[in-house]
Design a protein around this ligand. Structure first.
Ligand code: PLP
Length: 421
């Protein structure tokens, strides 16, 4: 697409944007009486204006009904997780009973590893991306140790080639093939948090299955960012959080996907709790765990109502827009940001974009690897009303979020970079 570095051009794209009214449904932090230019939706999404009402409704439910709130009202707490199921399933391309919302992300990652990382002496390796989000690294390392293996031997990290910033799919596939029957689990982020690279999930899944391994994805930076087809791709399991692109508030709950071939297998080992038990018998308080069919069978506890209520308010918006329409705008908006960053960088030479240039290999994040002046630039952007995200040691991440960012936001951040550097 042809882009121009002018306010008039940015405003014209905004006028043509069929999703532009959604911006009004989000609450923007203010800077000097103006909404900030917010590029941090990959870290904490903005608050939908419906969240407050949704939370107040649950406070009223509690005040008005006490324990009876579990059974009364439009959204009785007893079944609350089910009210999130269909929307979550559409979001990640799964069958409804393949998903459940529960706990938080790293907790769910461990619960999935309990079921899908059961190493033997012959098959014990985990293939993952080098530079994964630290929580994922710690989860893998501790699981490997927990089973009595050595992380240095059992964890195989696939790194970019010398002089490259991101991974080639052929190198990921080659690493899986090389480790072959020793691979117990292949796990990748859907989108790498640092570089913004969107991996080829179907290719990775196929390669993992070919060597007889389970394949799972951490979709923290992918859910709500890119259209997904987890079921059709045959992915074994996935987890995601709801507070980044899914705008459900700090510490928001996590989603889990388990393919039906595993969800239909009650013999698959797992850690159990009463909310995963057959709901027809849950309150009989008897011995003998019988898991619910599908992902619900991995639940431990009853729903965190306030967090789920905020999540539901946000999922309502995603459901109204649809991931395909979001992606369509996202491609234009991220492409515009890439163009603007290249424009301002041409004379200043402040950074190098490490996110893939191929739009199919990224979502709505552009990561700029800076030189020694990077932190100062970032701080001065913040002081001037543009919120991006700093990742040690030297990357500024910009996430133009199609739900609430405008083309004008993108143009203005380019102007600010010019002024601040
Ligand atoms: C944000 C993020 C996390 C954070 O985990 P929590 O358990 O929600 O604190 C973990 N993994 C990845 C890949 C992330 O991007």
């Amino acid at each position: 697409m042809h882009y121009e570095n002018t306010l008039a051009f940015a405003q014209r794209l905004d006028a043509e944007d069929s999703l532009r009214s959604y911006r009004e449904r989000f609450l923007f932090p203010q800077h000097n009486g103006q909404p900030v230019r917010y590029f941090c939706g990959n870290s904490l999404g903005l608050q939908p204006d419906t969240v407050r009402t949704a939370l107040l409704a649950e406070l009223d439910q509690w005040a008005g009904h006490g324990v009876e709130g579990h059974f009364r009202g439009e959204l009785p707490w007893m079944h609350y997780h089910k009210f999130l199921t269909h929307q979550s399933a559409r979001l990640v391309g799964a069958l409804p009973y393949e998903v459940v919302v529960m706990n938080t992300l790293t907790v769910n990652l461990h619960l999935m590893l309990v079921s899908f990382y059961r190493p033997t002496r012959q098959r014990y390796k985990i293939v993952m991306e080098a530079g994964a989000f630290p929580s994922d690294q710690y989860a893998m390392e501790s699981q490997v140790r927990w089973h009595g293996f050595d992380p240095d031997d059992a964890i195989v990290e696939v790194a970019p080639r010398q002089g490259e910033d991101t991974l080639r799919t052929e190198d990921i596939v080659a690493a899986i093939e090389r480790e072959g029957e020793q691979v117990a689990l292949v796990i990748f982020g859907g989108v790498n948090y640092y570089t913004g690279q969107f991996y080829d999930l179907p290719a990775i899944t196929a390669a993992g299955h070919k060597v007889g391994a389970y394949v799972g994805f951490d979709l923290a930076h992918t859910a709500g960012n890119l259209p997904l087809h987890l079921h059709d791709w045959g992915v074994d399991f996935a987890v995601w959080c709801s507070y980044k692109y899914l705008n459900s508030g700090p510490g928001g709950p996590s989603g889990v996907y388990v393919h039906e071939r595993h969800g239909d297998n009650p013999a698959l080992p797992r850690f159990a709790g009463w909310w995963g038990h057959d709901e027809g018998e849950r309150f009989k308080m008897r011995k003998g765990f019988k898991p619910m069919r599908g992902a619900e069978g991995w639940q431990l506890s009853n729903a965190q109502i306030f967090a789920f209520a905020a999540h539901k308010a946000s999922l309502d918006i995603f459901d109204a827009v649809g991931m395909e329409a979001l992606r369509k705008k996202s491609l234009r908006l991220t492409g515009y940001l890439e163009f603007i960053l290249d424009e301002v960088n041409r004379s200043k030479n402040l950074f190098r974009i490490i996110t893939p240039r191929d739009p199919a290999a990224r979502g709505c994040q552009i990561s700029a690897l800076t030189d020694g002046r990077g932190k100062a630039l970032f701080d001065s952007l913040t002081a001037n009303g543009a919120i991006a995200d700093w990742r040690e040691p030297n990357v500024i991440r910009f996430a133009p979020v199609p739900l609430y960012n405008s083309f004008e936001d993108v143009w203005r951040v380019g102007q600010l970079i010019e002024q601040c550097s």
